[in-house]
Design a protein around this ligand. Sequence first.
Ligand SMILES: [Zn+2]
Length: 189
Amino acid sequence: MSLPSEQPSPKQYVATCPACQSKSLVVTELCYKLPNFGDVYLLSASCSTCGFKHTDILELSPHQEPSRYTVKVESPRDLNVLVVRSSSASVVMPELGVTITPGPYAQGVITTIEGFLHKAKEIVEFLLSSEVDEERKRRCLDILKRLDKAIDGEEHFTFIIEDPSGLSVVVPKEGVPTKIIKEPLASGD
Ligand SMILES: [Zn+2]
């Protein structure tokens, strides 16, 4: 995974933990400058009393409208496209059978499309380990096979990220002509 090369300058402060109410939540704000895009603020919080952890995307400039990005992954180089995902965004990879919805504990993250493939693999492996139904087990194994092929760059697929908050963005890798479509996200979609 390659993050922007410029050194982020962290800002840190202590706040009240939403989980245990102790005044021991250390909040760190990092500002990343993304090439051809602008500033992204990554917030990470960690409580030394109860172990509560949360990360999220704070703010982007300029402010964004609810949006959907569709990325056509057609070469291994497209896997390096940078994705900023806020905690309210859904990620769908239809050909791979993968949907990641924003749950109450969803985290904001800055990673690559390849990073999402590894994350999806972790989730499916976890589901598989607790699955008893043979048919659903087969389906998990099938998805894992396709994820492995996608990670190796042998499978073309579509990567879609939808964010009602508009904070999520897809940033193309410099010099790589990845097909990225950005469109407004209509309510009711
Ligand atoms: Zn706590």
